[in-house]
Write a new protein. Structure first.
Lengths: 251, 425
């Protein structure tokens, strides 16, 4: 198997006396969806915030494309090509789709904004993701459905030639049809060669799109396994008990 | 599994090509506009309707004094300071903040102008610069407390409201009123453009709008993006041309009372000043990333922060712009009154300006508003301020009506916001 795009070894993180992450290992490969699962409080959010540079790690190693890297802030993560789509999406309702996609990284020609260039590139990006559900790029985000908003947030993450996209519970607030659309989009991101990390509580999502499943249990990585090697029940066991006897027997 | 197979595929329309409004000419554009209004995006509609209704009402009640060319020119002079003050407030309101001290910031600016011009004999550019710099300092101080310390702008600007009132009294001193005698400052509000220059100005405004909007359309066309129909463009340019030309025609009429020795006619000099401010500030807000970031901070400050926008910096610049424009308004007030007194910028000045911005369509909740709102809303407020004293002498009635108008504007804002939330706009 090829070298992982992003790999964590022995990552520890404490908040005061609380040891949140203990010797966590994680591999994210290009072209794959890595599902990060775990119960509430298992440390999923802390782990991605460490990758995003929001929390510095206490010790451990972070390797990106084989090189050891240190991430001191969100800008470092962005510079490496790591983008995060947060659960609340962080979109501005009063701006249109193009403005949201380029927010904070607008394209200029001289002093002024280059609206045509931004709109063109926004259209191309959405097309590359085979997004056909938007009526107009110039409609305000407030007029979009939950699934469309998620799409815009994901498109914003891939607009900058990013290599790793981390999605925090992208389907949590969506209906059945919209969940389906977003999962297809997640799959397409991986098929386009990105490393995708999908954080979710929904086992159906995991079984449907994940290539690899990483289960956190009380701050420790219970196991990272190939999705095709495990059953639904075994994943649930990993999440709730931190181990799976059946899985151990196979290994 | 079979159930899944029978689910019809979601309707697939070729991405943003066919179903987009705006391609089909005026009819479709009007339909799209009506949809937006139903969805709670009223734009300038309340201001336009308000202005028309008020003109008709006052025109019927007081045809001899309200509907005169003299009064039309007065209206612009009365409205100009409110409009400029409101333009500054638009920046602050876009953030979802408020600056209650803007009125007395204007007064302080006028006081500094008056003292430096009249008492110290400074040249007017120096005096104006001193006043403007004071505005920058006031805005910076307010922003420091609001954006860095996190005190609500309501409280900070209320404190400045009181503090600046005191500062004004101290600057003006015992005399009470400082006359202004500088020709340059006085001519802004008291002199008019020659009629020929007025016409030239009208042509420049219309042609400038036509050319820039046409160029925007052509750039989009060249890039292969959807463009509004040319008939819509022509209709907009035509409407602007009609309004501008009628206004200039009326202002170019002789408007002095019969058998007076001097002729008063032409567009007041303050009009091109206001137009220039509208153009420059609209450019700043709509065409630069600073402007985009202002809207982003007002819409969702947390999202803006995560997008790498320095939110405190944006807020600081907005407060500075607000206070500096308030100073400009103060200079206009001083020019109009030929003097500065402790009441300059006081009384209803601030509420008129807030009302102007809100009536024009700027939201008190942040994230929605335009510079031109200050002008359309300012016109409505000026009509009320101008017409009401002609109708009733009782200042009690005038206060109550002004209060009601402000409440009405805020209600329209709140209701349209709720409608917008309900229809997902």
């Amino acid at each position: 198997m090829s070298e992982p795009l992003l790999s964590l070894r022995g990552v520890n993180k404490s908040f005061g006396a609380v040891h949140v992450l203990r010797d966590v290992d994680l591999d994210v490969r290009a072209g794959e969806v890595t599902a990060l699962v775990g119960d509430n409080g298992a440390g999923k959010s802390t782990l991605i915030k460490c990758i995003a540079g929001i929390h510095p790690i206490d010790d451990g190693e972070l390797r990106f494309e084989g090189r050891p890297v240190t991430i001191h802030g969100p800008k470092d993560a962005n510079a490496l090509g790591i983008e995060i789509v947060y659960q609340d999406l962080a979109l501005c309702d009063n701006l249109d789709v193009v403005h949201n996609l380029f927010l904070g990284r607008e394209i200029h020609s001289g002093l002024t904004l280059n609206e045509t260039e931004m709109e063109k590139r926004a259209g191309e990006t959405l097309k590359s993701l085979s997004v056909r559900t938007l009526r107009s790029l110039r409609q305000n985000v407030s007029s979009l459905s939950g699934g469309q908003r998620q799409t815009v947030a994901i498109a914003r993450a891939v607009l900058w030639n990013s290599k790793v996209v981390i999605l925090d519970e992208p389907t949590a607030a969506l209906g059945v049809a919209q969940t389906e659309q977003v999962l297809k989009l997640v799959r397409r991101l991986a098929d386009n060669g990105l490393g995708v990390v999908l954080i979710t509580h929904n086992m159906n999502d995991v079984m449907q799109v994940a290539d690899s499943i990483a289960a956190l249990y009380l701050g420790q990585m219970a196991a990272q396994v190939r999705a095709k090697d495990v059953t639904y029940t075994q994943v649930i066991e990993l999440i709730t008990a931190g181990r799976s006897d059946a899985l151990a027997a196979v290994a | 599994m079979s159930a899944q197979a029978t689910v019809p595929a979601p309707p697939v329309s070729e991405f943003e090509r066919e179903t987009t409004p705006g391609q089909g000419g005026i009819g479709e554009a009007a339909g799209g506009y009506w949809e937006r209004i139903k969805g709670g995006d009223l734009g300038a509609l309340p201001a336009v309707i308000g202005a028309l209704v008020l003109v008709i009402v006052f025109g019927i009640m007081e045809p001899d004094s309200f509907l005169t060319q003299q009064n039309f020119a007065n209206l612009l002079n009365q409205g100009a300071a409110i409009m400029v003050l409101a333009m500054g407030l638009v920046f602050v309101l876009l953030l979802g903040e408020i600056d209650l001290s803007a009125g007395f910031t204007a007064g302080t600016g006028a006081a500094i102008l008056g003292v430096t011009l009249t008492n110290h004999g400074w040249a007017w550019p120096l005096a104006v610069a001193a006043a403007l710099l004071t505005g920058v300092a006031i805005g910076f101080a307010i922003a420091l407390l609001v954006a860095r310390l996190g005190i609500p702008s309501f409280v900070v600007s209320l404190a400045f409201f009181l503090g600046l009132q005191g500062a004004m009294l101290l600057i003006i001193g015992e005399g009470g009123t400082i006359p202004i005698r500088d020709d340059a400052v006085l001519s802004v509000m008291n002199k008019n453009m020659p009629t020929g220059l007025g016409w030239l100005f009208a042509v420049i405004v219309v042609a400038g709008f036509a050319a820039t909007s046409l160029r925007a359309i052509q750039t989009r066309k060249r890039a292969g993006l959807q463009t509004p129909a040319m008939s819509v463009w022509a209709a907009k340019v035509g409407a602007l041309a009609v309004v501008v030309l009628i206004a200039v025609f009326l202002l170019n009429q002789e408007r002095q009372r019969a058998n007076a020795p001097i002729i008063i006619q032409g567009v007041p000099w303050v009009v091109p000043l206001v137009v220039a401010l509208v153009v420059a500030l609209t450019f700043l807000l709509m065409r630069t990333s600073f402007g985009r970031h202002v809207y982003a901070v007002g819409g969702n400050a947390e999202a803006a922060r995560r997008a790498g926008i320095n939110v405190p910096n944006i807020k600081t610049v907005c407060f500075i712009l607000g206070s500096t424009l308030a100073i400009v308004a103060g200079i206009l007030l001083a020019s109009r009154d030929n003097s500065v007194s402790p009441t300059t910028g006081g009384a209803q000045t601030l509420l008129y300006a807030v009302g102007a911005a809100v009536i024009g369509g700027t939201s008190l909740f942040g994230g929605r508003g335009r510079i031109v709102d200050a002008v359309t809303g300012g016109l409505v407020v000026a009509i009320i301020a101008n017409g009401l004293p002609l109708v009733t002498q009782k200042s009690g009635v005038q206060f109550i009506i002004n209060g009601l108008v402000l409440l009405l504007a805020a209600s329209v804002d709140a209701v349209s916001r709720r409608r917008a939330a309900a229809t997902g706009r």
